[in-house]
Design a protein around this ligand. Sequence first.
Ligand code: COA
Length: 230
Amino acid sequence: MRHAADWTRKSTVSYYLEPMRQEDVPDVSRVERECFTNPWPQSAYRRELRNPANNHYLVLRHHIDHPTSRGGRSEGRGPLALLPFVRKPESTTATTDPIIGFAGMWVLFDEAHITTIGVLPQYRGKGLGELLLVEMFEEAIRRGAEWLTLEVRVSNEAAQALYRKYGFTRQGLRRRYYSDNGEDAYIMWSPSLRTPEFNERFDRLRTALRERLRDDLAPAGKPPSNEVAS
Ligand SMILES: CC(C)(COP(=O)(O)OP(=O)(O)OC[C@H]1O[C@@H](n2cnc3c(N)ncnc32)[C@H](O)[C@@H]1OP(=O)(O)O)[C@@H](O)C(=O)NCCC(=O)NCCS
């Protein structure tokens, strides 16, 4: 039987979102090469980041809060921590925690176009791609967009399932859109972000995601109650 104090000393794992910065670009490129067969040149990211009025690019970082870290986790909301469990820990600086995912879009008038979204293979299936997509929705709404759109490979079932979950539908096809293998792209559009139906669905999905991530991010090593010594 372990003593309660044993597990309280274990590490806590968390993820948090931050705006992508110019100095993040080399790491983003490394992650991107594990996500896509046709990665952007770094210059493309640098160009996008020079136009924050129309663009919104994020990185997702992985933080392990070791018991020896100073400070602990922040109770405040970070600049982009929309979901309360995704907080930037006080004890870290952005440069120390590895980038494990990223997403970006441009917004023009009432249309937001998701240009990229990816999560490192070993971090997939945990709700983190969905978290990035939720943040894209949130920012699109904040900026007054009514629609989100994107292109996706016809073979990319996982991404299409993610988009369908949030109400995206196929509205067109771009033939031979991808230069690496000549694959076609589906053009997908969200429903209007301004309807009560969308807002109800979005709130429900976001709540479910919050609960899923909260459960997954419980302190590592937390024992079943019968292992806690009195
Ligand atoms: C697409 C991608 C970002 C999804 O990230 P992820 O963190 O694995 O996805 P999540 O765990 O958040 O899954 C959210 C939803 O996406 C869908 N999904 C994710 N992976 C899936 C898979 N392998 N098969 C079917 N559906 C999947 C499901 O609807 C899932 O919801 P559920 O858990 O309720 O079933 C990730 O697979 C990736 O980085 N792929 C490579 C890059 C890429 O293709 N980007 C999209 C370009 S258009």
